[in-house]
Write a protein that binds this ligand. Structure first.
Ligand SMILES: [Zn+2]
Length: 246
């Protein structure tokens, strides 16, 4: 390669790096939580204050790859933590591929041993608590074995529930642990099966596909959220939904 071509290549790379660091990469010190628009399914990409990445579920197909090419510009995808709430295809299929092609430092799913009845993982000042399922929990309905994760950063609380049933979320011990949350990823894409009327959230995110065959989200769930004056956000209407927590 001629010298001026090499210099030009370095210059372009440098300029792209500057754009990436100053414009695309948000300032350090904030937590970013992105509810990715993966159609009918779940995938939540979290960027910690020190630019480490956590993924909760991988969606039904290749949709997450598109978002990863933004997050990992010029480098191989690498996650510090990956969680799978339960092995249904709308959460799992995309993740199956990512487990092969990305680096993953820590992996945890609903069958992983729970080191305690209330396991906590800490990363960059972000606390992730596994509230469900307890060790050895079995159910005929795989949805009810979903990991339920409570993420706390500074004074903000985010609840991710996979597709857990309302009867799981509404248990006394669960409500006590959950308390009031700022952001609630509505269970089971807004299906009535995930409705817990006692769960209090300021904002609710429904991760759901347009014109899905299941009729999600259900009228019951949407109506309950409206009556309880919860702000409703939906990936089928807004696309990817991002929260920046300072
Ligand atoms: Zn699902």
């Amino acid at each position: 390669m001629k010298l001026h071509t090499l210099a030009l290549t370095y210059l372009i790379y440098f300029l792209l790096s500057v754009v990436y660091n100053l414009v695309i990469t948000p300032a350090k010190g904030s937590l970013y939580v992105r509810f990715l628009d993966v159609g009918q399914g779940d995938a939540v990409l979290i960027k910690t204050p020190n630019s480490r990445f956590i993924l909760v579920d991988g969606g039904p197909d290749f949709s997450v790859d598109y978002y990863l090419s933004e997050a990992f510009l010029f480098r191989k995808c690498r996650f510090d933590m990956v969680f799978l709430t339960h092995p249904h295809s709308d959460h799992y299929s995309g993740l199956q591929r990512l487990r092969k092609r990305c680096g993953i430092d820590f992996y945890h799913d609903n069958t992983s041993p729970n080191p305690s009845s209330h396991a906590k993982f800490m990363i960059d000042g972000v606390m992730i608590e596994r509230l469900c399922p307890p060790n050895g929990y079995h159910s005929k309905d795989i949805n009810d074995t979903s990991l339920v994760l409570l993420i706390t950063y500074k004074n903000k609380r985010i609840l991710l529930t996979g597709d857990a049933g309302g009867h799981i979320l509404c248990r006394d011990d669960m409500l006590k642990k959950i308390g009031t949350v700022d952001i609630y990823k509505v269970s089971h894409h807004g299906s009535a099966s995930g409705l817990c009327r006692l769960l209090i959230a300021k904002e609710a995110v429904i991760s759901v596909g347009k014109n899905n065959p299941f009729g999600h989200p259900s009228f019951e769930v949407v109506n309950h959220l409206m009556e309880s004056r919860t702000v409703i956000r939906r990936t089928d209407k807004e696309g990817t939904i991002e929260y920046k927590i300072l």
